[in-house]
Design a protein around this ligand. Structure first.
Ligand SMILES: [Zn+2]
Length: 105
């Protein structure tokens, strides 16, 4: 199976799927898409089964902001708006730190 790896700390994508923990800030950029998909799964599971820990409203807002920024960054990438991509990347790093502090990433 295809397994991505963070070049900085050696965390593998399969490790992320097992633990939902990132080894270092670089992991975030290495696994950006997979993290987004995992967040969707976690949110979906929360809504449909209630088996996942409850996510407070503020956390949910942060998560949807996080998804929104990723989508916006993809759009900016398609349009080749590089200064916007840079801004969004910085915001995403900050937001991912906040999500990690809250135990959501
Ligand atoms: Zn890493």
């Amino acid at each position: 199976m295809y397994d991505k790896i963070c070049k900085k700390c050696g965390t593998k994508l399969s490790d992320f799927y097992r633990t939902y923990m990132l080894g270092c800030p670089e992991c975030y950029s290495a696994f950006e898409r997979e993290i987004l998909l995992a967040l969707k799964k976690i949110q979906g599971a929360n809504i449909h089964t209630g088996k996942m820990p409850k996510i407070a409203n503020i956390d949910r807002e942060l998560l949807s902001e996080y998804e929104r920024l990723i989508k916006e960054k993809e759009d900016a990438a398609l349009d080749g708006r590089f200064s916007r991509i840079k801004e969004l990347s910085a915001q995403l790093v900050e937001l991912s730190e906040e999500l990690k502090r809250r135990g959501l990433l």
